[in-house]
Design a protein around this ligand. Structure first.
Ligand SMILES: [Zn+2]
Length: 319
């Protein structure tokens, strides 16, 4: 499916497509709409059909159809690596030099690196490199990228996405046209959700109020409604189990381990938002410790058990 943008983000699309520069830097929360905006701008720049209001792509020309099929030859997307060549979860997310140039470090090579991608002429109008998490570019990778951004082969466009502009290399920031993607208000989020549910062939069984509250103005969270609902349900089960007793807590913690996704930590923080500030601070400490343990390859079963016990203690429940 082609990205459809919230109306509130259409002026940003106009600015993005009108920019004459070689690089755009879109800042805002992850899932906040930056990635959808980047793809919509790319779609519009390559669209050969009649363009509608706000510069949205037509959706039916060959370029639009290729993008909708997830196989556009002129788009390269890069994300930070979270796993190393040995398959273990990396301690720190990074976009290594191997993503930009052929590097000696074969194990970290990306399938297609930027340099190689930009040697090829665009099939449609303009090739684009979309970089998710620009704050995770390693120094070597950022410097190599900077050289390409100064004189992009075949007039390619670079789109950098970042949550925190202060964490992006200043030289990359100064080379880019910066657009900030603000969170949407709740009424707009409900409209987005309604529009999305209307477009779904299957009926999505989600609590709209809860989903919108959880999303906190980030429209792309709505496209992960199923995963978020599962995470919220697992988090709510654990939260209830903490007061039921030790055994239910350990069972809920074991279930959490089996179903754990990046959404689960956010879901836990969301379900315990109504606890007292003191309890919440202690629960956050237990969750931080769990996330650090998982990053450090600790035994997951044990880590979740320790987390369950710590969370129970945070609520003043004995061992
Ligand atoms: Zn089109």
């Amino acid at each position: 499916m082609l990205p459809t943008l919230p109306h509130a983000h259409l002026p940003l699309l106009e600015q993005a497509t009108a920019s004459r520069g070689n690089a755009l830097l879109l800042t805002g929360a992850e899932y906040g709409g930056g990635a959808a905006l980047a793809r919509a701008a790319f779609a519009a720049l390559n669209c050969s059909g009649a363009r509608g209001m706000g510069g949205e792509a037509c959706g039916v020309c060959p370029s639009c159809r290729a993008l909708a099929a997830g196989a556009h030859p002129d788009l390269l997307e890069l994300s930070p690596r979270e796993t190393t060549s040995t398959g273990r979860t990396a301690r720190r997310k990074i976009i290594p030099i191997g993503a930009v140039l052929q590097s000696r470090d074969k194990g970290r090579d990306y399938d297609t690196h930027v340099f190689e991608f930009l040697e090829v002429r665009p099939t449609y109008r303009r090739r684009a490199v979309l970089i998710h998490g620009a704050e995770y570019l390693g120094a070597e990778a950022a410097n190599a990228l900077l050289k390409l951004m100064e004189e992009p082969p075949h007039g390619a466009l670079f789109v950098l996405l970042a949550g925190d502009v202060r964490a992006v290399m200043p030289t990359l920031v100064s080379r880019s046209t910066r657009l900030s993607v603000p969170p949407l208000d709740d009424p707009t989020m409900h409209e987005e959700l309604a529009r999305q549910v209307a477009g779904e062939s299957s009926t999505l069984d989600v609590n709209g109020q809860e989903l919108v509250a959880f999303a906190a103005g980030r429209p792309e969270v709505l496209t992960h409604a199923g995963e978020v609902a599962a995470a919220l349900s697992a988090a709510a089960s654990l939260h209830a189990a903490l007061r039921e007793g030790l055994l239910p807590t350990l069972e809920a913690a074991a279930y959490l381990e089996k179903s754990w996704t990046p959404w689960h930590a956010q879901a836990l923080r969301f379900v315990w938002r109504e606890e007292t500030p003191h309890a919440r601070a202690r629960l956050d400490t237990a969750l931080d410790a769990l996330e650090r343990a998982l990053e450090a390859y600790a035994n997951p079963g044990l880590s979740f058990m320790v987390f369950g016990l710590g969370a129970r203690a945070a609520l003043g429940e004995a061992g």
